[in-house]
Design a binder for this molecule. Structure first.
Ligand SMILES: Nc1ncnc2c1ncn2[C@@H]1O[C@H](COP(=O)(O)OP(=O)(O)OP(=O)(O)O)[C@@H](O)[C@H]1O
Length: 622
């Protein structure tokens, strides 16, 4: 049985001022004994919210807002039906019969009919922007470095994207480009290499897809014959988009198909864990854009089924993840040791919401005279997400989670169809928490790397459809997934790295809409305190005093994983977008970096040219 919170703090009284909290009361006794949390002011001040700067009182008046209602229901044990039989059998990805624009249609309806009860509500901006609240992005600082940066655009029409692509952009209800699109699309259309860092949910997928589709359409005829004729049964894509997870590859595939609807551009996806036969058949029918996970791609190349010899465009989504220790060897193999054209002969586009300095340095090997673009600060979270952090002992986490979910359910404060994503550290932990939630009347599913692909797809489908409105996940679901109705992300276990936290919470607060992120912080998360407090502060979130105390402790301050390094080695680099080349020495023309605008690097053939006026750093508010 759990010990009281007071007992456990007495055992560990070396920490900084932690919040006080009433003694833990087991669920079955709570209806009689559990005091409304709002009566404990010390605790509530961290959570509740009258004092939140952005008015983000998530639960209503009190801490979770509804303890009394919750208690009135007699606790959570055995409450409601035990959940079971929740697995529809149809396959989710890829669905050849799906209407390509169905998702955006649903998405846009949803945004109009289901406002969330946040200060910054889900609104239609009135400009017909497909539900995007463009005002939310008005003040985002944009920073660019590199030579001869093409100017940004204000509308899609300002770039010559061709009629078919423009028609598809309209079908997707994208009326205006998002800030990253305003800058990145003209840069990429001009044929320049790009390393782009922009906040989660800000439209990076389209920012690399549009220029690729546009470039293929512009140069299509000759190359396509070669792809499909000369190299018999060896698929020779013109563009390669790599992403770290199967689900993300599928999502990018779906998006790219929508964007290339009714064009002759053919998009194929290849990812591990699924039978290869179908993917081979798809490839044999011809491919212009191949979206893939690295492992399956290496396999296909080694079997002689795919050749990268005519690649004109290489995009790495979640590029920092693709180049960190887990994937780097595979990426190097694909990009440097197979038959892919060298930097300069192909165009390379790297995108992520986070870009640690070391990874930027590594990435420069893949790029040629590139432009570095940051929208917002490197690795920052969007302030569309109301972030809360709770001090919760490990043994109390489940009880807290139940409080939170009951409150959410009783208040209906995220809207009837809202989804909750709960991140845990381990695969076993995910299964176990899923079971616990289901047993306690909360339909849940789980996704993690030990599940077979079909189970992963089923879990995601069930979550997206709302059949199981809670999904417990490991980091396999942390990056890139765009699930429109995720209103709340709960870090049941905090990740070890602040960048992972940024990606996890970024599953909500997307496309200009607001979201909520709650983190359970326990003793073991001490090394994250400083990075977390800094991140919250940057995003204008209220940092609880106890977290600031932890952050101020020198022994606790050095952690946060990659995040602690993401601002680079330069003094004063704490804020603002940060291109590591500023600190690189020698500054021009030396080493592996390509910071200067060297005369020897010619633009890729067939694309817009650029001059040689030396590096330009433009910093400012866009
Ligand atoms: N110009 C636009 N107008 C309206 N909606 C848009 C626009 N651009 C993108 N969106 C929508 O915004 C959502 C988020 O886009 P996307 O998934 O590309 O974000 P992201 O920046 O790649 O996020 P992450 O960092 O999490 O991968 C998607 O649902 C997408 O359809």
């Amino acid at each position: 049985m759990a010990t009281s919170w007071a007992d456990s703090t007495a055992e560990n009284n070396y920490g900084p001022n932690r919040p006080t909290k009433p003694s833990y009361v087991p669920p079955h006794l709570r209806s009689e004994h559990f005091p409304p949390l709002s009566s404990n002011s010390g605790f509530n001040s961290n959570l509740g919210s009258g004092s939140r700067g952005r008015g983000g009182n998530v639960g209503g008046g009190g801490r979770w807002g509804t303890n009394s209602g919750r208690n009135g229901n007699g606790g959570n044990g055995g409450r409601g039906k035990i959940y079971g039989g929740r697995e529809p059998s149809t396959k989710f990805y890829p669905n050849p019969n799906a209407r390509p624009f169905e998702i955006s249609e649903k998405f846009s309806k949803m945004t109009v009919t289901q406002p969330q009860p946040m200060e910054r509500e889900v609104v239609d901006s009135g400009d017909g922007g497909g539900g995007i609240n463009f005002d939310a992005y008005e003040d985002i600082p944009v920073e660019l470095s590199g030579s001869n940066v093409p100017p940004p655009v204000n509308t899609f029409a300002e770039i010559d994207l061709g009629d078919a692509l423009m028609e598809n952009i309209k079908r997707c209800k994208y009326v205006k480009p998002t800030p990253v699109q305003r800058h990145a699309i003209p840069i990429a259309v001009a044929g320049r290499d790009l390393m782009a860092c922009a906040q989660t949910g800000s439209g990076k997928t389209a920012a690399f897809c549009f220029p690729i589709i546009n470039g293929i359409m512009r140069n299509q005829m000759g190359v396509q014959q070669m792809t499909r004729g000369e190299y018999d049964r060896v698929a020779c894509p013109l563009a390669l988009i790599l992403s770290p997870t199967r689900e993300l590859s599928c999502q990018i595939h779906e998006e790219a198909k929508k964007f290339s609807h009714q064009t002759s551009v053919r998009v194929v996806v290849a990812y591990g864990g699924a039978p290869m036969n179908q993917q081979l058949r798809d490839l044999e029918r011809g491919v212009d854009i191949l979206v893939a996970t690295p492992g399956r791609l290496v396999d296909l190349i080694e079997r002689g089924k795919v050749s990268l010899s005519i690649i004109k465009y290489l995009a790495l989504d979640e590029a920092d993840r693709m180049l960190d220790m887990g994937f780097e060897p595979q990426i190097r193999k694909i990009v440097q040791q197979m038959d892919m054209p060298a930097p300069g002969a192909r165009q390379t586009l790297l995108f992520s919401a986070t870009f640690p300095t070391e990874i930027q340095r590594l990435a420069s090997d893949f790029l040629s005279n590139y432009i570095f673009l940051t929208v917002g600060r490197v690795g920052s979270s969007t302030d569309l997400i109301a972030q809360r952090v709770e001090f919760v002992q490990d043994m109390d986490k489940r009880s807290y989670l139940m409080d939170l979910l009951h409150s959410q359910r009783d208040n209906g404060n995220h809207g009837k169809h809202a989804l909750t994503l709960v991140f845990v550290e381990t695969k076993r932990g995910a299964d176990s928490l899923e079971h616990f939630l289901c047993m306690n009347g909360f339909p849940a599913t789980a996704i993690h790397g030990d599940k077979v692909q079909m189970e992963r797809e089923r879990a995601l489908r069930s979550f997206k459809s709302g059949a199981t409105p809670i999904m417990v996940a490991t980091d396999v679901a942390a990056r890139g997934l765009d699930i429109p109705r995720v209103a709340h992300v709960i870090n049941f276990d905090l990740p070890k790295d602040i960048d992972d936290y940024v990606h996890r919470i970024g599953r909500t607060g997307r496309a200009g809409k607001s979201g909520i992120a709650t983190a359970f912080f326990s003793e073991s998360n001490q090394p994250m305190a400083k990075a977390l407090a800094d991140l919250m502060q940057e995003a204008n979130q209220e940092v609880p005093p106890w977290l600031s105390s932890y952050a101020a402790q020198p022994s606790y301050g050095g952690g946060g994983g990659r995040g602690s390094r993401r601002y680079g080695g330069g003094g004063g680099a704490r804020f603002g977008g940060y291109d590591y080349r500023r600190d690189a020495a020698p500054y021009r023309g030396g080493g592996n970096h390509h910071y200067s605008a060297p005369a020897y690097e010619a633009p890729s053939p067939g694309f817009g040219g650029y001059g040689n006026n030396g590096p330009v750093i433009s910093t400012g508010w866009d």
